[in-house]
Ligand binder design. Structure first.
Ligand code: GP9
Ligand code: MN
Length: 632
């Protein structure tokens, strides 16, 4: 490039490059972004650039120097300000700003306060590029004549910006598949897409859901409410309130599927503790996970709301500003102290925000635990110390409490330190499946120690301990190895059956000492909320929920997956095929027909509630009364 061309492009390019470098320096100094390899570092380095080239490139469309310079200055300041706002926010919340956070009015007071205390006069340093730019412009104007940029150069410039954008997305996709469709963690979004693109994406998510919300009114609730009322099943009288006023401890067992229970690898039990524990508990062996792309967070959503998660993305991200009638809120009203315990980054799955909507009193996240390298593996803190430290915190909790604990060690890619391997690996072509048994075995050991510690610390007798698997651990990519282990082909029918996860209800004094029972009713995570609330003596007659109390005699054996597959007492419907459970073979489609409508209606109603934020109408007024008035 000749000297002249460089000059023509100079001001917007200089501004973009300065802000680019500033952003990278901020990444490295003001945010705590974990980088695991050189590729991630490279992505982090280039990720602000494409957006900035676009943003400043608009300047070329202005033919007047004055306007162009003003535009560049304004853009530089506004983007710098957004970056700085994130810095101040991060200092306090160790998280990035999202629009819902800014607009959640309940947050606002806290936010304003906290952010102010994190602002210092010397932060002016963060605007050094804007100052340089101002000086530069002043000086340049004196020595140079303004020449608008030629079309060809403009095109070349935007071509470079596009190329960089695609390079960034391409690298991010190889490093973190399904980054956008799954949207799991803000830190990961910022790390891979850059802070500016992340905000654009956040605006997109927010406007989409705001539009859907704005178009909804309470009238849709009438049909839904009628459906839910008509399908309400009465609790079992012997079980209702059986654990009233006890602490409720719910353990989400990461990636634990039912097939590992009462099973072995080369003669060694995979879950020796759970195998005996289920004899001292109510154990549901036909219980299915119903999660979608939101994985663990979807299972939490099902548990808390008895609503289905979405078929795309994670509802924890997309609808964290909604009104919910969560299990935690129901228990709060009954005087419970409510919390979640999970030794991971609190913004993962947008939990820190969503948990406010779900009404937990507290979220014990990574910063509440003492996590050192020797007690960490893979995703973070190992389950054994996690349980150990959690019980210490439980001792201090106000009683009665409800806490949901989320384990982590049995997470893909299922890696362990040597000393934590209690059984041998399985031997198949899938390293994932081979290691899976070992990590499940580790989690089993952790649960064993946990129950013992609850007893030692005097928390056991007055609690009820519930466990469920959050979702599958072994995906269909490992069907061949799975077939080898199971000794049979993984047909679509078997695949559905593999979505069973354990659901265990352990009530000291009631189910222990061998007084447990295996219950084979077909159910799913959608049933958790009514089942548990009824055990604690909380009525759910007026809740909008799609689950049914699994202890109720009237529970209809039924579980529907997010993709529309479903399971009944006798049939499995998946891939447009109806299978008999008895023969495991396809049967006449009409046999599944009556349930198809139920599956469709439930998923559709649940989606309507979430997209339209319909529970806000249910909560705030007697919408039926209002509607009747409107209709008259
Ligand atoms: C992360 C944990 C695991 O906090 O919940 O997430 P997953 O990938 O299983 O949804
Ligand atoms: Mn999980």
């Amino acid at each position: 490039m000749s000297r002249l061309k460089i000059q023509k492009l100079s001001i917007p390019v200089v501004a973009a490059v300065m802000l680019w470098l500033k952003t990278y320096i901020v990444y490295k100094t003001s945010f705590d972004i974990k980088i695991e390899n050189i590729m991630q570092e490279l992505i982090l380095f280039i990720n602000p650039l494409s957006f900035l080239l676009f943003a400043f490139g608009i300047a070329f469309f202005f033919n007047s120097e004055k306007i162009r310079n003003r535009y560049v200055m304004a853009t530089s300041f506004i983007l710098g300000f957004i970056l700085y706002a994130n810095i101040a926010f991060y200092r306090f919340f160790t998280d990035f700003i999202t629009l819902p956070v800014l607009f959640q009015t309940s947050n606002f007071a806290d936010l304003g306060d906290s952010a102010l205390t994190e602002i210092h006069w010397y932060d002016i340093i963060y605007f050094v590029d804007v100052i340089i730019l101002a000086v530069f412009m002043k000086y340049k104007r004196k020595v140079e004549e303004f020449v608008p940029v030629k079309k060809m150069h403009q095109r070349a410039y935007f071509l470079v910006a596009f190329a960089l954008l695609f390079l960034n997305i391409g690298l991010a996709e190889t490093e973190r598949p399904q980054l956008l469709t799954r949207t799991f963690d803000r830190e990961m979004l910022v790390k891979n897409l850059g802070t500016y693109n992340y905000h654009l994406y956040d605006v997109f998510l927010q406007s989409k859901s705001s539009a859907q919300r704005a178009m909804a009114d309470g009238s849709e609730l009438v049909d839904i409410d009628n459906y839910v009322r008509a399908n309400y099943v009465k609790p079992n009288e012997d079980m209702f309130g059986i654990a009233e006023n006890r602490n409720l401890i719910v353990v989400s067992l990461e990636s634990v599927q039912s097939f590992v229970l009462n099973n072995d690898v080369y003669g060694e039990e995979v879950t020796p503790f759970l195998n005996s524990f289920i004899k001292d508990s109510y154990y549901f062996d036909n219980f299915y996970h119903q999660t979608g792309q939101g994985k663990t967070s979807d299972s939490e959503f099902l548990l808390e709301n008895s609503l289905y998660p979405l078929n795309r993305g994670a509802v924890f991200f997309t609808h964290s500003g909604n009104e919910y009638d969560s299990m935690a809120e129901n228990l709060s009203k009954k005087g419970y102290y409510t919390s979640t315990m999970h030794a991971n980054n609190k913004s993962f799955w947008n939990r820190d925000i969503m948990y406010q909507a779900l009404g937990y009193d507290y979220y014990y996240s990574a910063t509440d635990y003492e996590i050192t390298p020797d007690i960490s593996v893979g995703w973070g803190m190992k389950d054994i110390p996690f349980f150990e430290q959690s019980v210490e915190m439980m001792k201090e909790m106000q009683k009665p409490f409800y806490t949901k604990m989320i384990t982590l060690t049995n997470h893909h890619p299922f890696r362990l330190d040597e000393e934590d391997k209690f059984i041998d690996e399985y031997d198949s072509k899938s390293g994932t499946l081979n290691r899976y048994f070992q990590t499940v075995r580790y989690t089993d050991e952790a649960v064993k120690a946990f129950i013992q510690k609850l007893k030692d610390e005097g928390l056991y007798d007055n609690s009820i301990i519930v466990m469920y698997g959050d979702h599958y651990g072994i995906s269909e990519n490992h069907n061949e190895a799975m077939a080898q282990y199971l000794g049979k082909e993984v047909t679509p029918f078997v695949s559905v059956q593999l979505q069973r996860v354990p659901f265990i209800v352990h009530i000291p004094g009631v189910t222990d000492q061998g007084k447990g029972k295996t219950i084979s009713k077909v159910g799913g995570q959608i049933d958790l909320k009514p089942t548990l609330l009824h055990l604690l003596g909380v009525d759910t007659k007026s809740s909008i929920q799609f689950g049914e109390d699994l202890f109720s005699d009237d529970h209809r054996d039924f579980a529907v997956f997010r993709d529309g597959s479903f399971i009944t007492k006798d049939y499995v419907y998946t891939d447009n095929t109806c299978y008999s459970k008895e023969t495991e073979q396809p049967v006449e489609g009409s046999l599944c027909e009556p349930y198809k409508e139920k599956a469709r209606v439930e998923l559709d109603y649940s989606d309507k509630i979430i997209y339209g934020d319909l529970l806000r109408f249910y909560e705030s007024r007697d919408y039926r009364g209002n509607l009747m008035e409107q209709q008259q």
